[in-house]
Design a binder for this molecule. Structure first.
Ligand SMILES: [Zn+2]
Length: 76
């Protein structure tokens, strides 16, 4: 997956169940939505809630990489 692509999760605005996901260019990312999605849990169309997938994981990975690249200068 190219670095500038992000995965957006679609969730049920009522019960929070994940109902779908799609990948989109970061530049075209739209987390605001007036759409409704079919929720199997509710058995009804519900307001769509969009959420960025893997955001926390990405931040964590970034921190790890950053920490690993820090110079060791504890004894200066
Ligand atoms: Zn639901």
């Amino acid at each position: 997956m190219p670095a500038d692509d992000v995965t957006v999760l679609q969730k049920c605005g009522d019960c929070g169940a994940e109902v779908g996901a799609f990948t989109v260019k970061k530049d075209n990312m739209m987390l605001m939505s007036d759409d409704t999605v079919w929720c199997q849990e509710c058995g009804a169309d519900r307001p769509e809630v969009r959420e960025l997938a893997g955001r926390l994981k990405a931040i964590e990975e970034e921190r790890k990489t950053y920490a690993a690249n820090l110079p060791v200068n504890a004894s200066s």
